[in-house]
Design a protein around this ligand. Structure first.
Ligand code: GTP
Ligand code: MG
Length: 198
């Protein structure tokens, strides 16, 4: 599925810079370099989000409006965490910025937590999942860069992640290189956007 139209809304370095609440939002979170911006671009169908082989590229929250057949969804590219070489003051800034977003956004319908299929779950992912549960924000997990792992080695990772986070179903397995998982992702997105509340 290709959206009808996608536009960049704004970048925000602090909560004061968030755009006024508009369409329902879905945020993309995960370790730096996991492929958040790449996946957003694939969904949107054009390179609106900046990607890079240099981890820590996205240091702001970036908002994109995407027109679907009958409604609009706002995608939010969250800055990546866990990149050791990023200066300490920037890492210290990540928490208030992302927490400011997650705690103060009634239009937020859910967070996609992206996890590199070769790394699986680590402490940061567990913490973020627990934090979202406390805030009652629906979580969907996407295992990224599936093309880097042989097919028969993907399912065991999915099962382990599901167990670790006590998820009701398996996480999505996706690759921006092959397009795997993208239609499933759209299905979840449309369902989230259509759902009221939660
Ligand atoms: P930050 O903005 O630093 O947090 O990173 P990000 O999560 O937005 O990652 P980004 O989309 O910039 O991708 C990081 C690198 O991973 C780039 O070199 C991408 O080309 C590569 N990449 C992204 N998705 C895939 C994938 O599905 N398969 C493979 N093999 N590489 C990918
Ligand atoms: Mg990025």
């Amino acid at each position: 599925m290709k959206p009808r139209r996608a536009t960049f809304v704004t970048s925000a370095a602090e909560p004061a810079g968030f755009p006024p609440p508009g369409p329902p939002e879905l945020a993309f979170a995960g370790r730096s370099n996991v492929g958040k911006s790449s996946l957003l671009n694939l969904l949107i169908g054009k390179p609106l989000a900046r990607t890079s082989s240099t981890p820590g590229r996205t240091r702001l929250l970036n908002f994109f409006d995407v027109d679907l057949a009958s409604n609009t969804v706002r995608f939010v590219d969250l800055p990546g965490y866990g990149y050791a070489k990023v200066p300490v003051d920037m890492r210290a800034g990540w928490r208030p910025l992302v927490e400011g977003y997650l705690t103060g956004r009634p239009v937020l319908r859910g967070v996609f937590l992206l996890i590199d299929i070769r790394r699986g779950i680590e402490d940061e992912e567990r913490e973020l999942a627990e934090y979202l549960a406390e805030l009652d924000i629906p979580l969907e997990v996407v295992l990224t860069k599936a093309d880097k792992l042989a097919k028969n080695r993907r399912w065991p990772v999915a099962a382990a992640v599901r167990r670790a986070l006590a998820m009701p179903r398996e996480p999505l397995i996706a690759s921006t290189h092959t397009g795997d998982g993208v239609e499933d992702l759209w299905r979840i997105i449309r369902r989230r956007v259509a759902s009221r509340g939660a």
